[in-house]
Design a protein around this ligand. Structure first.
Ligand SMILES: NC(=O)C1=CN([C@@H]2O[C@H](COP(=O)(O)OP(=O)(O)OC[C@H]3O[C@@H](n4cnc5c(N)ncnc54)[C@H](O)[C@@H]3O)[C@@H](O)[C@H]2O)C=CC1
Ligand SMILES: O=c1[nH]c(=O)c2[nH+]cn([C@@H]3O[C@H](COP(=O)(O)O)[C@@H](O)[C@H]3O)c2[nH]1
Ligand SMILES: [K+]
Length: 513
């Protein structure tokens, strides 16, 4: 990794203005990202020269410092596959049965970016009324008609809006309106090959079909091809030693999580998170010890923590990375309910300062709502950022879109919300509904954000511009500057925060890119 941080002698001129992180974060306040602002530094390189290569754990390197959170409205196989394609990594949630979670890991590892693996399929005898229903709830592009009405079965035809528009009887069978002669591509062909077939034949939808038995395996959308071509390049994917994409998963600290862990390892998981709001516990210590003994090659991320002491305890227990954040998440109510937590900027700085001494990377988890927050987290010592709400509502997040007041929305909920816990306890605790449940999160909705394959490349370009403004071309350089005091910052007053946002306009539209 490139390093262009300034040496101790160079520091003097910087020290005249603003504060070092050490000074600012020892004043007795709990600061979060919006409370602080960095001073710009001298620029002597182009934005493109910024390299955000980083460590997820002691042993795993990522090209993009972005992680998707193990939440049931954020990360299942599509999100995990997309995050890895972007050079980051996704962590599959565990609000499901152990074998279901292991299957999601396997599915993510076999998913190919650009292709849809579970397109909407219908039986030839289904009525088009079924499509009308779907259209009303979440929109409709096309349906594949197959012998058994599922993927992996012989393709018989395709139905698109054009086939449906003027059919008066909505109980007509799809076999009567479908287009039976379809341009297809052989299953397993590359994205480039499939794209060429799609372009040459001027089609909007291209099913990939097995040459042996004509069964449909994947679908390529023209719009997805256009989007991938128009977005900044994806860069190198995150690949493991087996040549497959990196996929992470979360587990709990109960006895039953040991069997879950074994299934995940068998499925090829590359790193696991011990998922807890308060990681400095005997339960997490025991599980860390068990996991490292049973699977010495597996990287285990512990947390969450927000203090130096919590960090020291988990590092001494063998953590390969620490997840930082308590109550900072957009759906979190922990600070209200339990009176514990910390402003996220202070938490990241304090934990990173301790973890750095042991070579343990930290993950800034929660509270990221724009690229500036990512710059702040990384510059204050985080090696990666984990996001929930920022990625919820994208095409790759689990759940269907629905239309409300003319807006396209998706559900997003905290894993400590009553709704998520109700589902979790049905599966995780084998139907034990007797436990008292206190919510530490809420359930809500977020706007459609399009695809992460577009959102993250643009966001990371903005992060690189932030690094350029700070005069640092790598994460290592940023961390060095934070430690040496070359990074200068200040707390913003309420008025300064208002000034830093859009203000004084009657109305405006905020387009991110
Ligand atoms: N980052 C944050 O600020 C927060 C995150 N969350 C999320 O909500 C979900 C649930 O979090 P938690 O409630 O902290 O889950 P948790 O499973 O760690 O803790 C739930 C309760 O079970 C207890 N427990 C854990 N292992 C045990 C064992 N082996 N034996 C006996 N008791 C045990 C814990 O002490 C706690 O009282 C997670 O996905 C977490 O990430 C929830 C609140 C805050
Ligand atoms: O207090 C909480 N109650 C919850 O129900 C909950 N669910 C998730 N999380 C944590 O929030 C992170 C995601 O935060 P963002 O939406 O701000 O990215 C996640 O990565 C988690 O650390 C929760 N915290
Ligand atoms: K919160």
């Amino acid at each position: 990794m490139a390093s262009n941080s300034h040496g101790a002698e160079d520091c003097k001129s910087y020290l005249e203005d603003g504060f070092s992180a050490h000074e600012l974060f020892n004043k007795g306040y709990s600061y979060t990202y919006d409370d602080v602002i960095f001073h710009p530094n001298h620029i002597d390189f182009a934005t493109e020269a910024v390299d955000l290569t980083t460590y997820l754990t002691r042993n795993i390197v990522l090209r993009t410092p972005c992680l998707s959170s193990p939440m049931d409205t954020v990360t299942e196989s599509s999100m995990a596959a997309a995050m890895a394609a972007l050079g980051g990594i996704g962590f599959i949630h565990y609000n499901n049965l152990p074998h279901e979670q292991a299957d999601l890991v396997k599915k993510a590892k076999s998913q190919r970016v650009g292709f849809v693996r579970d397109p909407f399929c219908l039986l030839p005898t289904d009525s088009i009324h079924k499509i009308d229903d779907l259209k009303e709830r979440q929109g409709f592009l096309c349906a594949l008609v197959t012998e058994s009405g599922t993927v992996g079965s012989k393709l018989l035809g395709i139905v698109t809006n054009r086939d449906l528009d003027f059919v008066a009887d909505r109980y007509t069978q799809v076999s009567e309106v479908m287009t039976p002669d379809i341009v297809t591509a052989p299953a397993g062909c590359s994205l480039e090959e499939a794209t060429q077939i799609l372009i040459d034949n001027k089609v909007k939808y291209l099913p990939l079909v097995s040459e042996n038995d004509g069964s449909v395996m994947e679908l390529l959308f023209r719009d997805d091809v256009k989007r991938i071509k128009q977005s900044p390049p994806l860069g190198s994917p995150s690949l493991g030693p087996d040549g497959k994409i990196l996929v992470g998963a979360a587990i709990g600290t109960r006895e039953s999580d040991k069997e879950r862990l074994r299934l995940l390892v068998d499925a090829g998981v590359n790193a696991v998170i011990l998922d807890s709001s308060q990681g400095d516990s005997i339960y997490q210590r025991d599980m860390l010890g068990y996991a490292k003994r049973a699977f010495p090659q597996l990287d285990v991320i512990a947390g969450n923590v927000v203090t130096a002491n919590q960090a020291r305890n988990l590092i001494s227990a063998g953590a390969d990375a620490l997840r930082v954040g308590m109550g900072s998440g957009s759906i979190c109510t922990t600070q209200e309910v339990c009176a514990v937590g910390r402003g996220q900027a202070t938490a990241v700085y304090k934990v990173a300062s301790v973890a750095k001494e042991s070579g343990v990377p930290i993950i800034a988890d929660g509270g990221i709502s724009n690229s500036g927050h990512i710059v702040k987290a990384l510059a204050l010592g985080a090696s990666t950022v984990m996001m929930g709400s920022f990625l919820a509502g994208t095409e790759e997040s689990p759940g269907d879109y629905f239309i409300q007041d003319g807006k396209r929305l998706k559900k997003y909920r905290g894993m400590g919300s009553l709704e998520a816990m109700a589902k979790g306890s049905d599966t995780r605790y084998l139907g034990d509904k007797s436990k008292l449940k206190i919510a530490q999160g809420v359930s809500g909705v977020v706007a459609d954000k399009g695809s992460v394959l577009r959102l993250i490349p643009y966001t990371m370009h903005a992060v690189k511009q932030g690094f350029q403004d700070l005069g640092v071309s790598s994460l290592q350089a940023a961390h060095n500057n934070c430690k040496s005091g070359v990074l200068r910052l200040e707390a913003r007053t309420g008025a300064a925060q208002v000034e830093g946002g859009v203000h004084g306009l009657v109305s405006y539209e905020k387009k991110r890119f």
